[in-house]
Design a protein around this ligand. Structure first.
Ligand code: MN
Length: 710
């Protein structure tokens, strides 16, 4: 285990300005927090964070990263809290430790390698600061190095699989090739140990047979370059990693014996010009394997990898791969973003890069004057336009940012969306309009009786959800208009003692530009065609009655058989309750047909009706359905209460005790003595509202209560 002073010395060696005191305190804090905890190896648990900090120091990271490495398991695994960390080490460290802790919690969920790409994106989206990801990867690296101590083979394999599918690609994505190679090799050893052993054995056989072939080829290449005025070029040869050989064998479906280019050589030179000069020298000397040349200097890879790649038939008549690069390019290739601490002056040409985050990263690099500043400003803004959420089974669903449980439900399945009534976010019930966050576990509550609500359209963000809700609402609205229109025509014809037949209506379809009878019904229901127009069309010679003179009250007293029952109509679609008079079941009511909107229901004594007296065509006899419709209706009352402490409390208590649900409350007037308040209450019917009013009137603090009109 690295001792306290050793760790500090290692950091000081590359960063003389490092905060020695903070490093010392973090070392002691972590040691005390982990106390007597043990690892699977039997070592003190504390050895793990210390090793992680040591690896981070070897990558020459800033003090905050090293401290985060020391503390990364304290919040999750010990009694220490994030508040402790924040108090003792400041907000920045607390933020980083919190980030690593959140990533570690994700690991505890079930197997998610099935959706590796989404999971990788989630990790990136949650690593707001690049240091969080660097510490997490290092944590994984050390756990992989000590994987063999875990007793359960299943667990070892699961960790190895996750490393292979999630963490090694993440390391590669941020350009940390050395870490990626090691993670891959460790996972390969666990998952396909025999294949790896076979490849290693084969490689060592070839090595003895060919006897130092790598060294000989390297020497010859060095000589070739020296002869071409590149005496400083260094050539390193190596066999490819067992895992990449294995992948190649699988991809090309070839046996190990057939694999020809298992050696790779790296030429390191001083400048970009020398890279091309070295390439020319090698191509002049050896036969080139067609199709293997790639220029990643003029067109870097998305993660900023730069090199020239070529394949030749080498000095010993074997196919070999050659990479040519400068020292700076080499550091970036091996260490990725971590390399930028030491080589901030790296080549400034950035064209060809696809990822905004990396471009921003390098922009910061160029302008940062020290590593700390660079790190502080490096925010990994990846996938900020998306959120990734888990189903209860641990599947990941990617959604656009701002998505709600309704979007999530539709993403799972259309039927789940159509029938969703509620949602639990991480076990807690939330409104359906709640915006989801990365890593949320979402459980959708469904009910067969539920249908999509028109209000959902206001907050859903996915196209699928919006389309489904719209389609449903449109369909529902049409059904309502058709039913309403049919009722209107049936009553109108009966009232005139005329016979209404489908056939008769069919004859008039053309006149109304309708394709079928239902279209006509819908048009009448929607108020686009009046019942009088239909009557005239079907019976052109009928005598026009003097219904224009009828006043509302008289009409309301007509026998109910001619009234349209407002049963089964969904408020807000073909049917609207007027906001001026708030009609309730039990009130005498009348409908006004509004062009394009269906019917608005008013109480018969509503003042608004006066403006319709000259438009008899638009009046419609309507009746409450005798059967309980189960819907809550909103009644409005106007209350005068004494301006005294607790007066409002009494008001709401009395309403609540009488099963009234307050939906809105508005103070319209306030004086030294009194409040005047308008209260909207959900009630069953007019009788229910009367009970509420009576109860309020009996309360001493309440001065007066009236049902509000207009
Ligand atoms: Mn750890």
């Amino acid at each position: 285990m690295i001792r306290q002073f050793e760790l500090v010395e290692r950091v000081k060696a590359y960063d003389p300005s490092a905060d020695e005191d903070a490093l010392n305190r973090a070392y002691v804090f972590s040691m005390q927090a982990h106390g007597s905890q043990k690892r699977a190896s039997g070592d003190p648990y504390f050895s793990h964070p210390v090793e992680v900090a040591g690896i981070l120091a070897a990558m020459k990271l800033d003090t905050a990263s090293i401290i985060t490495g020391l503390l990364h398991d304290t919040v999750e695994d010990t009694v220490a809290t994030l508040e402790d960390v924040s108090r003792l080490f400041g907000k920045e460290i607390a933020f980083l430790v919190d980030g690593v802790t959140k990533l570690s919690r994700l690991e505890l969920q079930s197997d998610r390698t099935k959706q590796a790409e989404n999971f990788r994106k989630l990790v990136l989206a949650m690593s707001e600061d690049i240091r969080v990801l660097l510490v997490k990867l290092t944590d994984r690296l050390h756990n992989m190095r000590t994987l063999n101590f875990i007793k359960s083979a299943d667990k070892r394999r699961q960790i190895a699989r996750e490393t292979m599918e999630i963490y090694a690609p993440l390391a590669e994505r941020i350009g940390m090739h050395r870490m990626k190679d090691e993670l891959e090799d460790l996972a390969f050893a666990e998952l396909h140990g025999e294949a790896r052993d076979g490849i290693l054995a084969r490689l060592s056989f070839l090595r003895t047979q060919a006897g130092g072939v790598v060294e000989r080829v390297a020497e010859k290449l060095t000589a070739t370059l020296g002869a071409s005025d590149l005496p400083n070029a260094t050539v390193n040869g190596r066999e490819k990693a067992p895992y990449s050989i294995w992948i190649k064998m699988q991809r090309k479906n070839i046996a190990f014996e057939q694999l020809s280019d298992i050696m790779a050589f790296r030429v390191i030179v001083d400048s970009i010009e020398q890279c091309y000069q070295a390439l020319g020298a090698i191509h002049r000397e050896y036969p080139v394997v067609p199709g293997r040349f790639k220029d990643y200097i003029s067109t870097p890879k998305p993660n900023d990898y730069k090199s020239l790649h070529t394949g030749i038939i080498g000095p010993e008549r074997q196919r070999i791969e050659i990479q040519i690069r400068t020292k700076e390019m080499h550091e970036v290739a091996e260490l990725g973003v971590a390399a930028h601490w030491t080589y901030k002056q790296a080549d400034a040409r950035h064209e060809g890069r696809q990822y905004r985050w990396l471009r921003e990263l390098l922009d910061i690099l160029e302008h940062a004057s020290n590593p700390e500043e660079f790190l502080e400003n490096t925010k990994l803004e990846m996938y900020q336009d998306q959120v990734f959420c888990f189903t209860p089974k641990g599947d990941l669903i990617a959604l656009p940012r701002g998505a709600t449980p309704v979007d999530f439900a539709y993403a799972v399945h259309s039927v789940v969306g159509d029938t969703c009534v509620g949602a639990k976010l991480n076990g807690r019930i939330v409104p359906l309009r709640t915006q989801l966050a990365n890593g949320d576990q979402v459980e959708i509550v469904t009910s067969k009786a539920q249908t999509p609500s028109p209000t959902w359209e206001r907050f859903v963000v996915t196209g699928k959800a919006r389309a489904r809700v719209r389609r449903f609402v449109r369909h529902q609205q049409r059904t309502q208009y058709v039913n309403l229109g049919r009722e209107i025509l049936t009553k109108a014809f009966r009232q005139e003692h005329l016979e209404l037949t489908e056939k008769a209506l069919e004859g008039s379809l053309k006149q109304f530009n309708c394709g079928n009878v239902d279209d006509l019904h819908a048009a009448v229901g929607e108020g686009l065609v009046t019942k009088g127009e239909v009557l005239n069309a079907v019976f052109p010679n009928r005598a026009e009655r003097a219904s224009a003179k009828v006043v509302p009250l008289v009409r309301a007293r007509r026998p109910l058989e001619n009234a349209v029952p407002i049963r089964g109509m969904i408020p807000g679609m073909a049917l609207h309750f007027a906001g001026c008079c708030h009609p309730l079941p039990g009130d005498r009511i009348v409908g006004i047909v509004t062009t394009g909107k269906g019917v608005t229901i008013h109480t018969v004594d509503c003042e608004t009706l006066e403006s319709f007296t000259s438009m008899p065509e638009r009046w419609l006899d309507v009746a409450w359905d005798a059967a309980e419709d189960g819907l809550a209706h909103v009644g409005r009352i106007s209350v005068m209460v004494g301006n005294a402490p607790g007066a409002l409390g009494s008001l709401t208590t009395i309403i609540g005790k009488n099963n009234g649900n307050i939906t809105n409350l508005k103070i319209t007037n306030r004086s030294a003595d009194f409040f005047e308040i308008l209260v909207d209450i959900e009630v069953r019917d007019v009788k229910h509202l009367s009970n509420v009013i009576a109860a309020l009137r009996s309360a001493p603090v309440i001065n007066s209560v009236e049902r509000a009109r207009g």
